[in-house]
Design a protein around this ligand. Structure first.
Ligand code: CP
Ligand code: NVA
Length: 303
């Protein structure tokens, strides 16, 4: 049995396989073919943080594949009604797969240690692997199947989204460049782990967005303060003030560059309206692809 807690849990060829399955299942969905791939299977979303895209796209994905889903939030008492050990041992008995969204990544690791059903990371403060899979799937669609030679420039906080994106890029031969203030860079330990996992990784770390975007195929950003970092908002607004993706920054990139954001966005902070709503933005296609990429994950993990 496999889990997807981190993209480090899968090899480059497995990541490719997940995207290939996604492509086939998207073609079936477009052709309105009825699927029974997950008939009789039950997925639970165990979420202790809010979600639109991850929650709804997973539930829609399972419905299209003939399975059923449950959304479990604080009412089930996770973390406060009984011990985590008891909760984890019991919940994994009922289900075929759990998608879990929580803060501390170790909580997810402990849930997976129960090992009676596969666990998928639906976001922790460390990683957001399903987002990165959908992002690379989107880039692959955009470039008609060719990922090799592409470059994603991520401008902003080296957070969960950035870490998973960096791993996915390394696995799929896409160059990844981060432009972030010194205090908010990718951790050295993470970069070392990435180079060990993917020795061919093309990764650049810098502090100058204007320079980084010059040869970008994708300019990507995310919020400056993630869920759980609300108390740091003011400090982060100051630190990231020169890292906004605005029309001027986009003008320094090639005209063929596209803008991506995992959403939800804080318009006027990390990105301006003119960019997120502008002709180079592909945020809606990117969000739509969450459902297709996650069908790939579910079909792969459930065999
Ligand atoms: N991008 C993303 O994961 O969105 P949600 O928080 O709405 O699920
Ligand atoms: N970095 C953001 C992503 C939300 C999808 C957060 O963790 O809040």
């Amino acid at each position: 049995m496999r889990h997807l807690l981190s993209l480090f849990d899968v090899s480059a060829s497995e990541t490719q396989e997940i995207l290939q399955i996604a492509e086939r299942l998207q073609a079936d969905w477009v052709a309105k073919k009825t699927s029974t791939l997950l008939a009789g299977r039950v997925m639970a979303l165990l979420f202790s943080k809010p979600s639109l895209r991850t929650r709804v796209s997973f539930q829609a994905a399972v419905a299209h594949l003939g399975g059923s889903s449950l959304y479990l939030d604080k009412d089930v008492g996770w973390g406060h009604r009984e011990s985590d050990a008891d909760f984890n041992r019991v919940i994994t008995q009922y289900l075929d797969v759990i998608v879990c969204r929580t803060g501390d990544h170790e909580i997810l690791v402990r849930l997976a240690q129960e090992n009676t059903c596969p666990i998928i990371n639906g976001l922790t403060s460390l990683e957001h692997p399903c987002q990165a899979l959908a992002d690379l799937y989107t880039l692959q669609q955009l470039r008609h199947g060719r990922l090799n030679g592409q470059k994603i420039v991520y401008v902003g906080d080296a957070n969960n989204v950035a870490r998973s994106l960096a791993v996915a890029c390394a696995q799929l031969d896409v160059a990844f460049s981060l432009a972030a203030p010194a205090k908010y860079q990718l951790e050295q330990t993470f970069v070392e782990k990435l180079r060990k996992h993917c020795p061919q990784a093309q990764i650049e770390l810098g502090e100058n967005p204007a320079q980084a975007v010059r040869d970008a195929d994708i300019i990507y950003t995310d919020v400056w303060s993630s869920m759980g970092q609300e108390s740091e908002q003011e400090e982060r607004r100051v630190a990231f003030a020169d890292f906004q993706v605005n029309a001027h920054l986009m003008s320094l990139a090639p005209p063929t560059a596209r803008f991506m954001h995992c959403l939800p966005a804080r318009r006027g902070e990390e990105v301006t309206d003119e960019v997120i709503d502008g002709p180079q933005s592909i945020i809606v296609q990117q969000a739509a692809n969450r459902m297709h990429a996650q069908k790939g994950v579910l079909a792969w993990i459930l065999g």
